[in-house]
Design a protein around this ligand. Structure first.
Ligand code: MRU
Length: 352
């Protein structure tokens, strides 16, 4: 991504082996970076969502283990730190996937080598994530290009939900990578950006990313997608995912399922763009088996933003003390998903 005129990544390793992350809390109003140096900081960055998005939390958790073995490379400390980090967020499988990669490499290693190997392995996760997302982007680009060519070279309208762009990965993103590549290839794309209540990842993050890259976009409320699809204003949906089951059930930010239902009813193709590390082959039925994170009530009852004086502030939106249910994710059954775009290509699913 280009930020402030420079090529940057959402997570960068410093020469002393710390991790510099783009702090997402104040975006899009302020761009600030935080340096992580301890497992506790890595865990807080994940639970408090200074950093977020399935692939990126995997990377940050892996660095949590790097910091843990730097302090104490023993098996005991490794295992305790692994358990501490793996429970930071329950739904995105990439977190456990990245920690397991670290565990499989580190536990057989002599204790004296563990820190150096941990650092190299975690750096490798960043490199692989970027290459993976570029491959997803290239396969997704083919779908967009095909649509463009088959529809008289008219602009392609794509709806996305939440943020599955470079802010959710080390770079490029998953769902947004095909969009960036299409834009860069000169295909006119227009993105309908769901605001994505309650944390507004669409309004705050996706809108920021797309605008920063010069991609034409329109922000919509979460409930607008069905209306747009009924009026032929959406050519395809592309979303990311936090976990995909063996049969292709897609777990993603709450509200994704409703978009998929509307897309199905209106014959709009619905794609999930994911790295293979997002697959959980141990699960079949995502609705029954994927743990859904429930988050703080304040995400619904309060709003933060910038005042007309240019200060960041939080306000309470609702009456105090309301009973609130805040489910972070939902599951779209495979029968509503047209295809899953991975770094190995597009896997079409039988919709019914
Ligand atoms: O709660 P978040 O903001 O971490 O949720 C993120 C999403 O749902 C993304 O769409 C998903 O992680 C895919 S990121 C490439």
């Amino acid at each position: 991504m280009i930020l402030d005129g420079k090529w940057r990544q959402s997570a960068e390793v410093t020469p002393d082996g710390s991790l510099l992350i783009l702090d997402q809390r104040d975006l899009p109003h302020r761009i600030s970076w935080v340096t992580l140096t301890t497992p506790e900081q890595a865990a807080t960055a994940i639970t408090e969502m200074w950093t977020r998005g399935a692939p990126l939390i995997g990377i940050v958790a892996a660095f949590g283990l790097v910091f843990a073995v730097r302090n104490n490379p023993s098996d005991d400390n490794f295992n305790t730190s692994y358990q501490y980090l793996v429970q930071t967020r329950p739904t995105a499988i990439n977190l456990a996937w990245a920690l397991n990669r670290m565990r499989d490499v580190l536990l057989p290693c002599p204790v004296s080598d563990r820190y150096a190997v941990a650092l190299e392995t975690a750096k490798q996760l960043i490199i692989e994530d970027i290459e993976t997302n570029k491959a997803i982007g290239r396969y997704g680009l083919e779908l967009i290009k095909k649509h463009f060519q088959q529809h008289n070279h008219k602009p392609v309208n794509i709806l996305t939900h939440c943020n599955a762009g470079w802010l959710a990965t080390a770079d490029w993103g998953t769902a947004l990578a095909p969009i960036y590549m299409a834009h860069d290839a000169g295909i006119p794309v227009h993105v309908w950006v769901d605001e994505t209540r309650p944390r507004n990842q669409g309004a705050l993050l996706t809108a920021f990313e797309l605008t920063n890259h010069g991609v034409h976009m329109t922000l919509i409320t979460d409930n607008a997608g069905g209306h747009l699809m009924q009026h032929g204003l959406v050519d395809m949906c592309i979303v990311g995912a936090d976990r995909v089951t063996k049969r292709g059930d897609v777990c993603n930010k709450i509200g994704t399922y409703l978009k998929a239902l509307a897309a199905f009813d209106n014959q709009v193709p619905f794609y999930a763009a994911v790295p293979l590390s997002t697959f959980d082959h141990s699960l079949e039925d995502g609705v029954k088996e994927i743990p859904i994170e429930e988050r703080a009530a304040s995400e619904i009852t309060h709003l933060s933003g910038m005042t007309s004086q240019g200060e960041l502030a939080e306000i309470r939106l609702t009456l105090e003390g309301l009973r609130v249910a805040n489910y972070g994710f939902d599951v779209t059954p495979a029968r509503l998903v047209t295809g899953i775009i991975t770094e190995r290509g597009m896997r079409a699913l039988p919709t019914s």
